[in-house]
Design a protein around this ligand. Sequence first.
Ligand SMILES: Nc1ncnc2c1ncn2[C@@H]1O[C@H](COP(=O)(O)OP(=O)(O)OP(=O)(O)O)[C@@H](O)[C@H]1O
Ligand SMILES: [Mg+2]
Length: 345
Amino acid sequence: MRWLTYLHNRTNIFTKVLVANALIVVTGSLLAVAIFTYAWRGQTPSPSVELLLVLVGLASSLGVNYGILRVAFQPLFTMHATLDRVRQGDFSARVPDVGGDPDTARVIETANLMLDRLAEHRQAVAAQILRAMEEERKRIARELHDETSQSLTSMVVNLQVIEQQMGGQPEELSGRVRLTKEVAQRTLDETRRLMFDLRPSVLDDLGLVPALRWFISQRVQPMGLTVEFQPAGLDHRLSDELETAFFRIMQEAITNTVKHARATHVTITLAKEGGAIVGSVQDDGSGFHPMRVRKDEVGRGLGLFGMHERAALVGGSVDIDSAPGRGTTVRVTVPDRVRGNEAGG
Ligand SMILES: Nc1ncnc2c1ncn2[C@@H]1O[C@H](COP(=O)(O)OP(=O)(O)OP(=O)(O)O)[C@@H](O)[C@H]1O
Ligand SMILES: [Mg+2]
């Protein structure tokens, strides 16, 4: 059988098809000759024997043809199956080495190289987009902090002073001043909330745990969900890039729970596991099919996509365990790279 594999690996598809068809013709001809020889001896075969011979001849010819073509085209079937997986969003799929002739091997190698390049390109573009997005968020947050919120604060303080010194003025006037102060205060609170969403300064100043605690208190608790937050083992600062990625992924997972899960309880954990930091967000909500989320609807499904991209960019991963009716658990793993030790990996 080894000589068959040897021949299979060194014969191209054209030759294989040629051999298959030649075999069919030869088998057919040999059978026909056999029938005639049989007939010339004066022993004309009965119609049923003749039919049997024809059927055996046909079946063996078709069998040989099918077998050889199946083997010859197997690499192409495998390639088709792999490209189909890529089409469905599994960008890590590669065509396995299934043997075959040198031409097919070259096609498979080229296809795999192309898929590698595509993956590299996707990652580079995603990195650029995420970096640009983060920079832009930082810039807007800084502007809101330095300009808008300073102006609003001074407005609120001034209105407070005016309010205090308005004794003896008509009630309507002091009422308007109070109302204006309240509107200014609300706008200031809203601006601070926006600033936090854009770029939480507490993340830069104090790190992941305080930033997550702040986010939970602002975004989850007011929604009436019971939250358990169990941060453990993270008493050091991670590199800037890792903290941003980790926070954004956790932020998205928590926001998804609030937005989609209709959960009553959410458990958020943070732990050091070997050389990695692992975060998880587990809810008891409606759950969903992670593989069936469509990325092509405008404005939908970008959150999950971004989570995987962000994690991959810092050498980490995101694992989503969910099914309808079973709640959702999102697990984020990133390398434990301490701040100031970025180059060390
Ligand atoms: N914790 C969850 N519980 C139930 N369904 C969820 C949960 N997380 C995600 N989903 C489902 O997966 C879909 C995709 O989530 P994803 O975060 O990618 O997009 P989105 O939240 O709809 O929009 P955005 O791009 O603003 O994040 C959601 O629309 C929702 O149907
Ligand atoms: Mg989302």
